[in-house]
Structures are given as structure tokens and as C-alpha cells.
Design a protein around this ligand. Structure first.
Ligand SMILES: NC(=O)CCC(=O)C(=O)O
Length: 269
């Protein structure tokens, strides 16, 4: 299939997360992914929320984070391969020698790990910077020959990241999040802005439920490169689905040639 004709059916697993209980979260999520995989219209891509293994159990994060992400990598790669589905595996708390990272891993439908991205902007309002180590790389990856970019939650407040990824050629921005009330307006507006300004699809999966003082509103979204909402979840747990047509990216980019009209020598970044 040429890229021009390519469409992806997407399933966003918008779930609650149990604080500090990786094995319960794994089992629950596995079950949700099985349900998504067996739906009438089989997804090409499944995406999960942020820090789904532990939630923001930051006080004990060094004890419960997945060492090198190994346990999670093993079962997700196996899931991707056995179902023939790409998995943008949200993010997990992952323990390495340098500290605990908030890391997204991406698996192709053959079960290969396509890329991994560790959150580069740590969110002070939830004290990430006190407990986590930030990543130091922007990450793009290819699925079915389509270039996509990785981002995690607070990252969407930094237009430089999505712009850098779109300049690399990314046509889809995947976002995994634990984004709480009362900032629903910011979430929706920022996601829409990233889609419109970069003329790319934005596929964003947020969790539901409550944890400590935070309550998470879901509203996972798929937004097309023209800024139209393809799908949006409510506030409760659900599997949000929608289809994206990658040829729309080129159509929008040729209708309003933003990338040709940029004046980078005038910008101070
Ligand atoms: N987990 C996060 O990065 C939350 C970001 C957030 O809530 C925001 O307002 O930004």
C-alpha cells in the first residue's frame, strides 16, 4: 500500500491506574488491550496512557519502577507480535543506573521495539523533577513507513518539540498523558494547536480516575491535521477509537504551505 492511501485504525486505551501497583495495572491493561484487539474493526495502532505501571507513586518510585523496562517490554512485544498491532506503549516508570525515567516504548506489529523516548520536560506541579530523571533526546520512529513522533503529557506545552518532530517529517504526534482537572481547556487547546500549526495528526491518550489530590479527566483525542476532532473520549474509562488517513497530512500541507513559508532566520528560539 502506498503511503498516500494509508489509513490507520487507532484504539486509545483510556483507563484508570492503580497507584503503586504495577502487576495489577499490567493485568488490567492487558485485558483492555485484548478487548481492543478483538473489536469488530481491529486496530492498527494501540496507544496507552502515561506512567501506567505505577501512577504517580513518586515516594516509592525507585522501589517499584520496572528495571530497564524489561518486564513491560517482554509482554508488550509479545502482544504486538501475536496480534499484529503496533503498540505505542504509553509510558512507564523505568529504573536505570542513572535514575528513574518516564519512558515511552514503541513496538511495531512484528514485535520489534521501534523506539523509546524518555520524557524531556518534567512537570514540577506533580513533583516529577524531585524523583525522576529527564530524557535528553527527541525521538521519531517509523511504523509502516510513516514517520511519527513521541511525546508525554507536559511536553505538549512546548511547541518546539512538536515543531522539531514535524520538521523531521513526522506526520503523527503520539501523546501519552496523566493530565488532571482543572486544565481540560489547556489539554484540548494545546493538542489542537499542535495539530493545526504542524499540520499533523495528534493522537493523545489520557488516563481517568483519581489519585491523591489529582483527578484525571480522560478526553483522549484524535485530531486531524486541519484541527478537526476525529474522536474524543468522555471522563470515564473507555476505549476511544477512530481512523486516520495519512494522505490528509500532505493535502493540508499543500493547501496552506506553512513549512515553505517559515522564516527561521528571524526566529529567536
Ligand atoms: N503528567 C503531566 O505531565 C501533567 C501535565 C499537566 O497536567 C499540565 O498541565 O501541563
Amino acid at each position: 500500500m502506498t503511503e498516500q492511501a494509508k489509513t490507520w485504525q487507532i484504539a486509545l486505551i483510556q483507563t484508570d491506574i492503580t497507584l503503586g501497583d504495577p502487576s495489577r495495572n499490567r493485568d488490567y491493561l492487558k485485558n483492555q488491550m485484548e478487548i481492543a484487539a478483538s473489536s469488530e474493526v481491529k486496530p492498527d495502532v494501540i496507544i496507552l496512557p502515561e506512567m501506567w505501571n505505577t501512577g504517580y507513586a513518586l515516594d516509592i518510585i525507585h522501589e517499584i519502577a520496572d528495571p530497564n523496562g524489561e518486564e513491560s517490554r517482554e509482554w508488550i512485544a509479545e502482544f504486538a507480535k501475536s496480534h499484529g498491532i503496533h503498540v505505542v506503549a504509553g509510558s512507564i516508570a523505568e529504573k536505570r543506573d542513572a535514575g528513574v525515567f518516564n519512558t515511552m516504548r514503541i513496538f511495531s506489529a512484528s514485535g520489534e521495539e521501534a523506539a523509546s523516548y524518555s520524557k524531556i520536560h518534567l512537570f514540577r506541579l506533580m513533583e516529577e523533577e524531585k524523583h525522576l530523571t529527564s530524557g535528553d533526546q527527541i525521538v521519531s520512529f517509523e511504523l509502516d513507513g510513516v514517520l511519527a513522533g513521541a511525546s508525554i503529557c507536559y511536553d505538549i506545552r512546548f511547541p518546539e518539540l512538536a515543531r522539531s518532530l514535524s520538521l523531521l517529517g513526522a506526520k503523527v504526534l503520539f501523546v501519552s498523558a496523566e493530565w488532571p482537572h482543572p486544565r481540560l481547556h489547556h489539554w484540548r487547546t494545546l493538542l489542537m494547536a499542535r495539530a493545526i500549526e504542524n499540520q499533523m495528526y495528534v493522537v493523545a491518550c489520557n488516563r481517568t480516575g483519581a489519585s491523591g489530590k489529582d483527578s484525571f479527566f480522560g478526553h483522549s483525542m484524535i485530531i486531524d491535521p486541519w484541527g478537526e476532532i476525529v474522536a474524543e473520549g468522555g471522563e470515564d474509562e473507555e476505549i476511544v477509537t477512530g481512523s486516520i488517513n495519512l494522505s490528509l497530512v500532505d493535502q493540508v500541507r499543500s493547501k496552506i504551505p506553512v513549512f515553505d513559508d517559515r522564516r527561521p532566520h528571524l526566529y529567536k528560539l
